[in-house]
Design a protein around this ligand. Structure first.
Ligand code: MCA
Ligand code: AMP
Length: 511
């Protein structure tokens, strides 16, 4: 089975039902509704055009789009064409984009016109001039053009379960992001696990403000809904007032978000004289970063709803979940989802008894096999047990409660900073900062932040005075703006150990 077959099951339940109800949180794009049948018809038209333009089975099709119906159409078309979708965070700028386009080598890049200037800076300079760029605003013209370019009816190739469906870029400790290759089977494992664990129903309506270019919005949200034949109310972003009014007016039975969104909802709801009634929402889920127990409890106090917290990774899809029916414990991610196997080990890779803290290792049909064209990074990410079974090293530190079996995540082995559910690898920001004239050395660390959970702060060693406004302008052109340091601290030197390695733990607030 491939994902296209899985989505057909959902679609055939009620082809004329609304699959996607779309509203732009910024108000720039027109609201739209697409039935399952219309979505499929359009996706097949696009797929045939992709094939006529030369896209072959296994080719990559990259999407650099905000949440909008065309994202879903382009994704389904890519799968219909047997190709592999590469989602790109819309906030990514020159460095991130160049890297992904050069690494994934997509046959097609689908954009919206607003992104043209960012691409003009790199295509033909840092990225091969041959890249075919299509904009969703000009869809009619390229569908037409593709029609004329070949007279033969394009035959759509069929992907097998083990063929790649997605390459999802995830930042690495090396400073550049790596593409996690997810096959149809990997994604199917997560989706089927979640459909049963969270009791998805065909009459569910999911309110989805999360971006489709990351696992949370794409796999946990969109895929489950398509597979079940449930409706997605897709938004371009999170708008607190619209969210509250949709949830309070019976507009959704499911809501998926990151902790920053729940913190903002708690702030708003706490100011209302009368709490809104979210009776029609059967499930609130949180993931992508730790949900503070305070937010968890405050949300329940204000709404009567207990959030279900779960844990996943780009490389694995979803791994752990609190129970749908059963106690949802704040500060824990629950127990492994169906088909997911976990161990907690010490630094030597020995299994630890419940209650002790160690690194979490995973295996299961949901766990990816490799990073794209990076055998070395792949090899470093897995370890074999005594029976020769391969386990993925998550880098997450965890402890299992000996009584309940629930797992608490305690931090990360690597230096990852998670800001509002988005990952920031210090090394990438440091490397970019040192390309600015006058900055000799940079060290970026995460500091606790009430809104974002964590925020990046940069310690800089400079050879001359640095104009902060100019530095900010420069950084904005290079990297996504959420990665920019929230504070700069100018220091004489960075603390280093005898080996010359920067001692980041010594860079404390105000240090
Ligand atoms: C936006 N900004 C941020 C963030 N988001 N700064 C720090 N951290 C962030 N997360 C900055 C923008 O760069 C911009 O800065 C300014 O805020 C306004 O942007 P806007 O888009 O209006 O922000 P927002 O609407 O307030 O967004 C907050 C958000 C969003 C809704 C919490 O960050 C979000 O959707 N986060 C979820 C991301 C996600 O889906 N993660 C899942 C990854 P400036 O004005 O300076 O340019 S998948 C995953 O982690 C695993 C697999 C899992 O388990 O799910
Ligand atoms: P990504 O690299 O974007 O796939 O992010 C995956 C990382 O997000 C995991 O390795 C965890 O560190 C973190 N994460 C996801 N869900 C949770 C959660 N519920 N609690 C704590 N951390 C989480």
């Amino acid at each position: 089975m491939n994902l296209t077959n899985l989505f057909a099951i959902g679609r055939e339940r009620q082809p004329d039902k609304t699959a996607i109800e779309f509203k732009d949180a910024r108000g720039a794009l027109a609201p739209q509704q697409l039935s399952f049948a219309a979505l499929q018809r359009t996706a097949q038209e696009w797929a045939a055009a992709f094939v006529r333009m030369g896209v072959q089975k296994g080719d990559r099709v990259a999407l650099y789009l905000c949440n909008r119906p065309e994202f879903v159409i382009a994704y389904l078309a890519t799968l219909e064409a047997g190709a592999v979708m590469v989602p790109i965070n819309l906030r990514y700028r020159r460095r991130e984009l160049s890297h992904i386009l050069n690494d994934a080598e997509p046959a097609l890049l689908i954009i919206e016109e607003a992104q043209r200037p960012v691409l003009d800076e790199i295509v033909g300079i840092e990225v091969g001039p041959g890249l075919k760029v299509l904009s969703v605003e000009q869809v009619d013209s390229w569908l037409d053009e593709a029609d004329k370019s070949e007279s033969d009816e394009a035959a759509l190739p069929v992907a097998r379960g083990e063929d790649p469906a997605l390459i999802m870029y995830t930042s690495g400790t090396t400073g550049t992001s790596k593409g996690a290759v997810l096959s149809h089977n990997h994604v199917l494992a997560t989706v089927t696990g979640l459909l049963s664990a969270w009791a998805w129903q065909a009459d569910d309506v999911l309110l989805l403000p999360l971006p489709l270019f990351h696992t949370h919005g794409l796999v946990v949200g969109l895929h489950c809904a398509l597979a079940m034949g449930a409706t997605v109310r897709l938004r371009t972003g999170f708008d607190a007032d619209e969210t509250v009014s949709t949830l309070a007016n019976g507009g959704a039975s499911l809501f998926f978000a990151v902790p920053t969104i729940y913190t903002r909802l708690v702030d708003i709801l706490a100011q209302e004289s009368e709490a809104p009634d979210f009776a029609d929402v059967r499930l609130f889920c949180s993931g992508s970063a730790p949900l503070p127990a305070e937010t968890h409890n405050a949300f329940e106090r204000l709404t009567g709803k207990r959030i279900l917290e779960r844990y996943g990774m780009t490389e694995t899809g979803m791994n752990f979940s609190n129970p749908y029916a059963g106690p949802r414990v704040a500060g824990t991610v629950g127990t492994p989802l169906p088909g997911v196997f976990a161990r907690i080990v010490d630094a030597e890779g020995r299994d630890l008894p419940a209650g002790e803290e160690g690194e979490l290792l995973l295996r299961g049909s949901n766990v990816f096999d490799e990073y794209w064209r990076a055998p070395q990074k792949t090899a470093e990410s897995f370890v074999n047990d005594a029976l020769g079974i391969r386990w993925f090293l998550t880098g997450d530190l965890a402890r299992m409660d000996p009584q309940t079996g629930y797992v608490t995540l305690l931090g990360r082995r690597h230096e990852l900073i998670i800001s509002g559910g988005l990952n920031i690898y210090p090394r990438e920001v440091e490397e970019m900062l040192t390309t600015f004239p006058g900055i000799e050395e940079a060290a970026v660390i995460g500091e606790a932040d009430a809104e974002w959970g964590e925020a990046p702060v940069a310690y800089l060693v400079c050879s001359c005075e640095v104009d902060e406004a100019e530095l900010e302008r420069y950084c904005r052109g290079q990297l996504a703006s959420y990665k920019l340091p929230r504070r700069l601290r100018f220091v004489e030197a960075l603390p280093r150990n005898a080996m010359g390695k920067v001692q980041k733990h010594m860079l404390v607030r105000g240090g």
